[in-house]
Design a protein. Structure first.
Length: 389
């Protein structure tokens, strides 16, 4: 006889499965809630920091203090709300408390970073002791600088570059650099641009313990380095197997244009033995202080017959002697072909163009030097020279 209903074991197993499913779902939902809560908190922080940035940007007096006689500034969230930069109903999603409720504890701290840029910290902790503040030290390429001598930094002591900041944010102007910084160690190659480290050993007035602080020292690249290349090719359209001339100039960090010799650069090719359009690369090969090697490109076209270059570039007008002059980029009224220079004439009633070998100087060209006739179609060959056959 079959039992109707569930046995005790089956009921227990079913309850265990249901509880397990409930735990999995609950854990999953909690993760989603936690993720959303964290995202909301990040959004709140960004809102507060953006408001503090706007507040400080509009207050030149406070900004000037940060760049002169204060190491940090405290901007209360309550002040941001009062200025209308934040909504007074904003709530911290992690605590459920309204922001700015405890005005003495809820604040943004503004400081200058190693590059002298204003940075904001929220939530920020209260400073309880003085500290040594530094910014990046920048020297010129090959500049003699005794980075291991404390006296080398005396001229910047008390400025945002290097100063002792009291716990209340004011700059300690009554103490000398030698009372704070005990030693400086470094290993810098002034002939190699890059970022190096200065290690200070120092002590605070309220403490007898020595502390360590690293500061970046940046050796700048040489201002004489070539950073940009300019390549000029002449002509930029040439008959096959005729040479082109490439002139290369460089622009240094001063912005000055410098004529370069062929020893200062390489060109991947200047060949004209194949017809076509070409793009060539010029690379700076002389030594820049930072090992950089700027490049540039130039373009030129190689044409495989004189007829094509006339067809492409001739822009003729009738002359008193019924001559037709080639005025393309090749040598003015002349064209270079087969290692000889030719002058282009239109001399005949049937509107043909003659190529005359340039064997004399001046403007006297003898018919005896006539080499070859090219016929124009249509008949008006001097109207741009199109349609050569």
């Amino acid at each position: 006889m079959k039992n109707k209903g569930f046995t005790l074991v089956e009921v227990v197993i079913s309850l265990v499965i249901l509880v397990a499913i409930g735990l999995v779902v609950g854990v999953g939902l909690n993760k989603v809630f936690d993720k959303n809560k964290n995202e909301d908190y990040d959004t709140l922080i960004n809102q507060i920091i953006s408001s503090a940035d706007a507040y400080l940007s509009g207050n030149t007096t406070l900004l000037n203090q940060l760049q002169t006689d204060r190491g940090y500034l405290i901007i209360k969230v309550a002040d941001l709300i009062e200025e209308g930069l934040l909504d007074e109903d904003l709530v911290n999603p992690q605590t459920g408390e309204r922001i700015g409720a405890t005005s003495e504890e809820d604040f943004v701290k503004a400081t200058l970073d190693a590059s002298g840029i204003v940075r904001f910290e929220y939530p920020a902790e209260t400073v309880t002791e003085s500290y040594l503040e530094t910014q990046n030290k920048i020297i010129d390429y090959n500049q003699i600088f005794a980075c291991d001598q404390v006296s080398s930094y005396a001229s910047e002591w008390g400025t945002p570059a290097l100063r002792l900041v009291n716990a209340d944010g004011t700059v300690n102007t009554s103490i000398s650099i030698n009372e704070v910084i005990l030693s400086a160690t470094c290993n810098v190659d002034i002939t190699r641009p890059g970022t190096y480290t200065i290690a200070y050993t120092y002590k605070l007035p309220e403490s007898s313990a020595n502390k360590e602080l690293n500061r970046s020292l940046i050796v700048s690249p040489s201002m004489n380095d070539i950073v940009t290349l300019i390549a000029t090719v002449t002509p930029n359209k040439v008959v096959i197997n005729n040479p082109i001339t490439v002139t290369v100039q460089g622009i240094n960090r001063y912005g000055q244009t410098v004529n370069l010799s062929t020893a200062d650069y390489s060109i991947d090719s200047t060949g004209t033995n194949t017809a076509g359009s070409f793009t060539r690369t010029v690379t700076y090969t002389s030594q820049n202080s930072d090992s950089s090697a700027p490049t540039t490109t130039f373009n030129y076209q190689v044409i495989d017959n004189v007829a094509q270059i006339i067809d492409d570039d001739t822009n003729c007008t009738d002359q008193p002697d019924n001559s037709c002059y080639y005025v393309g980029p090749q040598m003015g009224n002349y064209v270079s072909y087969s290692n000889k220079v030719w002058r282009i004439f239109k001399l005949y009633p049937d509107n043909s163009i003659g190529l005359i070998l340039n064997t004399t100087t001046g403007s006297n060209y003898a018919f005896s030097n006539y080499i070859e006739r090219w016929y124009c179609s249509p008949s008006a060959c001097c109207n741009s020279g199109k349609g050569l056959s």
